[in-house]
Write a protein that binds this ligand. Structure first.
Ligand code: F0G
Length: 468
């Protein structure tokens, strides 16, 4: 990981949005009122929001200008034609289906192609991809490479395990596999990138067995940057050329354009299969809108057409990825163990290691999330046993998540390095009193996706904290 030295922001600020740090007393009140669930705090009461990098990017002057060019016609809008051309150029596919975000692309796809009991194989499914697969009667299988679990700072820990992939297909039969998906970068595995070599290998296996091979490419440009920087043979290739090679290897893509579309809303499917395009757009018209707008306004399509090109700018990507690395370096320097190397969009803190006094059933990740808010008005998210603990159907016992992590996702073009230094100072103050951090218990929860809405209570109650 790089220390200190990194490029400065390749943009200057034209419009600002004020943010406010509430007093410590107010923050304590707010988190208590939210029953220690950070999703229930209003954004007005947050100083620095690292909940997600999705839909949170700052638009460029070119994107704001494009907004005014929006053609809001129901059918055949000029804005769609512009968007379609850009998507075809970058993603190298004949047919483009707009929709309003990534999970709709997944819903359309799996509603259309999945038969009950079929498998979807992925390097690692993102939650909504997994949920959409299960919802349509499919079985979601993750095949991450072995290095994904290593604590060494290896490149391309987002890869798929090709040996296991081929074994799986042989064992279960190609007809049982509805689709192979490569998620770039691999969000659920620390935002780690996938190498071009791995993509070619998976593509070869998929095509040999006649299985459709798609990308979940929410962060494709960040992945291309890692290929250029770390994979032999790519240093001198421009990012758009790397993207072309990437997308020539697949049959189609599903994209949440709220990440590397540099937009606040949007998504799409792009593919070459005309017959499938027909079936997908039949459903699109029922649930999203006509073929040429799919739940988006014309101005959104204009913004995306600009954003998808801007995101491949080398200087932008260089700053972006190095800023995440700098962030990771500062958090580590403050004494918090992190997943290394840092990936493309977030720093993941290992709260289980930082807070060994709190067992998984008392949610060390959540304890750290609460503390970041109390100490500095910072919103992060637990990616541990609140989100992923499972009940063993045989024994009825609760199996904790593999790791108790906290994700600090960095919105694109939003926070400066001075914000990052502030976050690191807050981290340092938390580390200094980490032994006093309490565990939590869930007092109310829903059956599915409980992390969004559950209520918690602190175990070692420190009532005096909330006094003025
Ligand atoms: N695929 C990946 C890899 C994602 O990271 C996400 C969203 C989606 C699909 C779904 O897209 O939100 O537009 O419907 N990830 C966000 C996150 C929510 O915070 O990581 P969406």
């Amino acid at each position: 990981m790089k220390k200190g030295k990194q490029p400065a922001e390749p943009y200057r600020i034209k419009s600002v949005e004020p943010i406010k740090l509430l007093s410590r007393h107010e923050r304590l009140k707010k988190i208590k009122q939210a029953n220690y669930n950070i999703f229930k705090i209003d954004s007005e009461d947050i100083y620095i929001d690292l909940l997600t990098d999705s839909g949170t990017a700052a638009m460029s002057n070119a994107q704001w200008a494009a907004l005014m060019m929006g053609d809001e016609s129901y059918a055949g809008a000029r804005s769609f034609r512009r968007f379609e051309k850009v998507v075809k150029d970058i993603f190298r596919k004949e047919f483009v289906i707009p929709c309003h975000q990534g999970r709709v692309a997944e819903n359309l796809m799996f509603s259309t192609i999945l038969q009950k009991g079929q498998y979807v194989l992925n390097n690692t499914h993102f939650d909504t991809t997994r949920a959409n697969t299960l919802h349509k009667g499919g079985i979601a299988v993750d095949l991450p490479c072995r290095e994904a679990k290593s604590s060494e700072p290896l490149p391309f820990k987002g890869n798929m395990d090709c040996r296991r992939l081929e074994e799986f297909v042989k064992e279960h039969g190609a007809e049982k596999v509805a689709m192979i998906i490569m998620t770039v970068t691999n969000n659920s595995s620390g935002g780690q990138p996938v190498s071009m070599a791995n993509i070619h290998e998976v593509s070869e296996i998929a095509h040999r067995y006649n299985i459709p091979f798609y990308f979940d490419c929410a962060r494709f440009a960040e992945n291309c940057y890692f290929i250029k920087r770390d994979e032999p043979g790519f240093a001198n290739k421009p990012i758009p050329e790397i993207a072309r090679e990437l997308f020539d290897a697949c049959d189609g893509v599903m994209m949440s354009a709220k990440k590397d579309g540099l937009a606040n809303i949007g998504g799409f499917i792009a593919l070459n299969d005309e017959e499938l395009y027909g079936r997908l757009t039949e459903l699109l018209i029922i649930i999203e809108g006509y073929r040429t707008y799919g739940g988006l306004a014309g101005r959104d399509l204009e913004v995306l057409a600009v954003g998808l090109q801007e995101v491949m700018d080398f200087d932008y990507l260089d700053f972006r990825i190095e800023q995440v690395a700098y962030f990771g370096h500062r958090i580590k320097e403050a004494g918090m163990p992190i997943i290394e190397p840092t990936g493309g969009h977030a720093v993941f803190i290992d709260a289980g290691k930082l807070l060994p006094q709190i067992p998984p059933k008392q949610f060390p990740g959540q304890s750290l999330v609460v503390e970041f808010y109390i100490e500095g008005g910072i919103r992060t998210v637990e990616i541990g046993s609140i989100m992923f603990a499972e009940t063993d159907s045989a024994t009825g016992k609760i199996v904790p998540a593999p790791r108790e992590l906290v994700r600090m996702a960095l919105p694109r073009r939003v926070y400066t390095n001075s914000h990052i230094d502030y976050i690191a100072d807050v981290a340092q103050r938390i580390v200094d009193r980490r032994e006093s951090l309490p565990g939590y218990k869930i007092v109310r929860e829903t059956k599915f996706l409980r992390h969004f809405t559950c209520d918690l209570d602190v175990l070692a109650v420190e009532e005096e904290k909330v006094k003025p």
